[in-house]
Design a protein around this ligand. Structure first.
Ligand code: ASP
Length: 308
């Protein structure tokens, strides 16, 4: 079993073009991905669980200001950082999710605490914040979440009253991780700031179990990134699991069908990372690029941004 450990992470998909990137920026993104991969893989390697590994990887991505989650979360219409996150453990099908929270340093850890220490799956807004305070989760002030780049994006979006996906170019900077541990258990986690200038407490696919996040030991673990409305309507992550469970498709076949065919037909731009119970990894997207990385015990070790 031990040689089966595997982890894959993403920092969002979208119009990520070489022509818009400087060597310094690229290096910084790759360093952010590598730190997160290291954080998750270290846990798997030392016999830890997949649920701890995906939490550690996503926390690292949340702490990195260049991705749209945690510290780097985008501004909503009111100038706040409203975040969503989810986590799921394939071993026992337990899940935790949180939506529309502000000030929590690591939303993924709040999702995990909901999974482990409440009888609920999803909490939101003020109630979720009271729960987080009761459980002693770390909070940060407004200043911690302020990044110049996100502020400029928000000001531009405000000017034309536009709701946009993370960037002036279309980029979905959500973060996520999936893992298989040496006990044979799968887990998935996703965390996001959603869309720049979003209004009306809009919620995307990331915290919705079965849409943006899903894990089932019989099939696979999945974390998505992309235009959330489409991913919700297509119940993307659960659809892939069902194609494997009921139609006997492989991880590659199921993810290809959903991301490159079904989603494309509906107009849903984005991608995902996935791992199955045999340790096979899929990282695919129908957009220009996706910040992504993976590692396993057989020597696979990749950090990529663009299409091959
Ligand atoms: N899926 C996220 C959402 O719609 C956005 C992203 O992937 O960046 O909220």
């Amino acid at each position: 079993m031990a040689n089966k450990i595997a982890i894959a992470i993403h920092g969002g998909a979208g119009t990520i073009l070489r022509s818009n990137m400087t060597p310094e920026l690229q290096e910084a993104y790759e360093a952010g991905l590598k730190s997160a991969l290291d954080a998750g893989y270290k846990i798997l390697e030392s016999g830890g669980t997949s649920i701890d590994a995906v939490e550690a990887a996503v926390k690292s991505l949340e702490d990195f200001p260049m991705f749209n989650a945690g510290r780097g979360a985008v501004f909503n219409h009111e100038g706040k950082h409203e975040m969503d996150a989810a986590i799921m453990y394939g071993k026992n099908m337990m899940a935790g999710a949180v939506s529309n929270i502000t000030g929590v340093k690591n939303p993924v850890s709040l999702a995990k605490t909901i999974m482990q220490q409440s009888e609920h799956v999803m909490l939101s807004g003020e109630g979720a914040l009271s729960f987080a305070k009761e459980k002693g989760l770390a909070f940060e002030d407004e200043e911690y979440f302020f990044t110049e780049q996100r502020y400029i994006q928000w000001q531009e979006a405000l000017k034309d009253d536009r709701i946009q996906l993370d960037h002036t170019e279309k980029k979905f900077g959500t973060v996520g991780a999936v893992a298989l541990d040496m006990h044979g258990d799968l887990a998935a986690a996703t965390s996001t700031g959603g869309m720049t200038n979003k209004k009306y407490s809009r919620i995307g696919d990331s915290p919705i179990i079965g849409a943006g996040t899903y894990a089932n030991n019989n099939t696979c673990a999945i974390s998505c990134t992309g235009h959330g409305e489409y991913f919700i309507r297509s119940v993307v992550a659960h659809d892939i699991s069902c194609l494997m469970e009921y139609a006997g498709k492989s991880l590659r076949e199921a993810t290809d069908l959903v991301v490159m065919d079904k989603l494309v037909k509906t107009g849903g731009e984005g991608g995902l990372v996935a791992v199955d119970r045999h340790g096979n990894i899929a990282m695919l997207f129908n957009s220009e690029g996706m910040y992504r990385a993976c590692r396993n015990a057989s020597g696979l070790n990749e950090i990529k941004i663009y299409k091959d």
